[in-house]
Design a protein around this ligand. Structure first.
Ligand code: SAM
Length: 352
């Protein structure tokens, strides 16, 4: 059923990523933004939740540490046409290079766009596991392996990969705003805050501004990435709450009470924000659309770095992408997130 052989053929140096299926457009946009932070020299071919990445650098650690919507990623050791009688042809050089330094392993299978019965998958895992055990010094450890060999089974193509699973997703879930020292219902969801920082190309050391910072949901995530954060908000209680939350993460912050119509900051590298749109956040009588217009008008003076450096989240009714275009600015990405039947949020990035 499965035959395994090694060859000394050219290494593929291809990588893969599997993202969560909640919002594929958002996951793909996040991967695109993160790869762009590494290099311009990459190509991504998507097949549902799976992508094959052709990249000059190994993006595994970068994607695993940064992306909120990545489930697992790693290097592709071999790729071939799928058939029931699968012949796994693994380059010995690339295989040896990647098992070096590891002591134990496990083999898993993942079905991409096909259904393969469980007994067949178990036999494939056992067969490949047996081959790896005999060809290397690695021992089998199914519960806590040093490395995972993942066989991705697709209708047309199958892949043998070394895979790293994301720990970040669990960490993000544990950082839910209600567990922070200060909590307010208007605070930004942690996963979305991380995605927004990624879409705005936030890098460690960058100065990131949220001019509607509230209790600091977005800025906490930016600080965890390693950026220096600037925040302002009309509401003093929320602003001091944000300071309480950020203080536990970083000392590189500056928080000033202020109004979007006269911002207390003059420049930043990236701007990541969500203007008021829900019942929980007060606008003190100002029309929410006017606040967004003031925000968008301030972008050219505020954001000093070029590229896709601004990410705004707002209710789709606000039509932020139109406000951005009307201000003569370039929209990068425009993505929608369905919160519930009555509320769709738009994520809009601006290219500086
Ligand atoms: C959706 S909340 C922000 C959540 C926050 N960005 C986070 O990451 O948790 C919107 C915030 O805008 C603030 N706000 C309302 N009108 C404002 C104005 N004119 N200038 C500055 N902030 C304002 C509200 O006090 C509220 O905290």
């Amino acid at each position: 059923m499965v035959t395994i052989s090694t060859s000394s053929g050219e290494s593929l140096t291809r990588y893969f990523v599997v993202v969560s299926g909640e919002n594929l457009a958002l996951a793909r946009a996040e991967i695109d933004a993160l790869l762009r932070l590494l290099t311009d020299d990459f190509r991504v071919q998507w097949r549902g939740k799976f992508a094959e990445i052709d990249c000059a650098y190994d993006p595994t650690n970068h994607l695993i540490n940064r992306a909120a919507l990545v489930m697992e990623c790693g290097i592709i050791l071999a790729k071939q046409h799928s058939s029931y009688f699968m012949e796994l042809d693994v380059s010995r050089d690339i295989f040896e290079e990647h098992v070096l330094g590891h002591r134990s392993f496990a083999v898993r299978t993942l079905c991409l766009d096909c259904e393969v019965d469980i007994p067949w998958r178990r036999r494939l895992e056992a067969r490949l596991g047996d081959w790896v055990r005999k060809s290397t010094t690695l021992s089998v450890n199914l519960s806590a392996p040093d490395m995972t060999i993942l066989v991705i089974l697709g209708r047309e193509q199958s892949y043998i990969c070394i895979s790293v699973r994301s720990l970040l997703r669990r960490e993000l879930a544990a950082r839910t705003p209600s567990r922070r020292e200060f909590f307010h219902p208007s605070m930004m969801n942690v996963t979305l805050a991380r995605i927004m920082c990624n879409l705005a190309c936030v890098m460690p050391g960058d100065v990131v501004l949220d001019p509607f910072c509230g209790g600091g949901g977005i800025l906490c995530e930016a600080a965890l990435i390693g950026s220096r954060v600037l925040g302002s908000d009309l509401n003093w209680r929320l602003l001091t709450g944000a300071v309480t939350n950020i203080r536990g993460i970083s000392q590189e912050y500056s928080m000033v009470q202020g109004n979007i119509f006269s911002l207390p900051f003059s420049k930043c590298d990236s701007l990541v924000t969500d203007p008021p749109y829900g019942r929980a956040s007060s606008t003190r009588g100002a029309e929410a659309r006017i606040l967004v217009q003031a925000l968008v008008d301030s972008i050219p003076q505020l954001v000093v770095r070029s590229g896709e450096r601004v990410c705004i989240c707002a209710s789709s009714r606000m039509r932020v992408q139109q406000i951005v275009q009307d201000a003569g600015l370039r929209v990068g990405k425009h993505l929608s997130i369905r919160v519930h039947r009555g509320l769709v949020r738009d994520l809009v990035t601006v290219i500086i």
